[in-house]
Design a protein around this ligand. Structure first.
Ligand code: DX5
Ligand code: ZN
Length: 221
């Protein structure tokens, strides 16, 4: 099992003070920065691109930046985000004509590749991709917006993907994204996740250190 990673989604941060928000959440114990990229095409919302990633690096952020691409097509943005300082890049296989080629492209660009499964996407999509990935991201809400409720069938899917990773025996991370909070993170961890995205649960609190500590304690319990 991998170490626990808490990855705050900056989708719920105050964008007018983004550098400061990221500094504060990292100082409060966050491990990665989760960076949600939405294109008003693959998902019905529009967010931020490589320039904002680059701006965070120029601001002095040294933590891993976990870019979650909710865009179609995918490939053109991969080298741009690698250049902008991303360390991890995940994409939705439905949005790429050649998902395995996109995995290769992410790795060739110097980043760690992940694929994202929507709540309704079967785990079989991993059959011929898993061994070449660094992480799997399971959506526990439908992508496009922060602040939605955790979809319970994700727990069953988490157990299924955990079993596949364990059978493969490779150090592939299992990340969960959507509706993760201090009161459900324990059962999500027990189902086999090690990497937790949380947007509204963290940025919706005034004390980031307290909520991140409560999340880590619930995972360790
Ligand atoms: C949704 C995004 C998530 C989202 C999570 O499409 O991928 O990262 O920001 O937000 P919460 O934690 O509020 O569900
Ligand atoms: Zn995300």
């Amino acid at each position: 099992m991998q170490s626990t990673v808490i990855a705050p989604s900056i989708l719920s941060a105050d964008f007018a003070r983004l550098g400061e928000e990221v500094d504060n959440v990292l100082a409060a114990g966050a491990d990665w920065v989760h960076f949600d990229v939405m294109d008003n095409h693959y998902v019905p919302n529009l967010t931020i691109g490589p320039m904002v990633c680059e701006a965070l690096r120029k601001h002095g952020v040294t933590a891993p930046i976990d870019v979650h691409l909710m865009v179609e097509p995918v490939d053109a943005l991969v080298p741009m985000f690698a250049q902008a300082g991303a360390t991890h890049i995940s994409f939705h296989p439905e949005a790429s004509l050649h998902p395995h080629r996109t995995v290769q492209l992410i790795r060739a660009s110097g980043c760690r590749p992940g694929v994202v499964l929507n709540p309704g996407t079967p785990v079989d999509v991993l059959d011929y991709l898993l061994e070449d990935l660094e992480y799997v991201l399971l959506m526990s809400v439908n992508p496009g917006f922060g602040g939605q409720a955790f979809i319970p069938s994700t727990l069953r899917k988490t157990r299924e993907v955990r079993a596949r990773i364990d059978a493969l025996g490779k150090p592939i991370r299992l990340e969960i994204d959507g509706g993760v909070k201090p009161d459900n993170i324990g059962e999500i961890a027990a189902a086999g996740a090690d990497t937790f995205v949380a947007g509204s649960a963290i940025f919706g609190q005034s004390d980031y250190r307290d909520v991140i500590a409560r999340m880590k304690a619930a995972v360790a319990a």
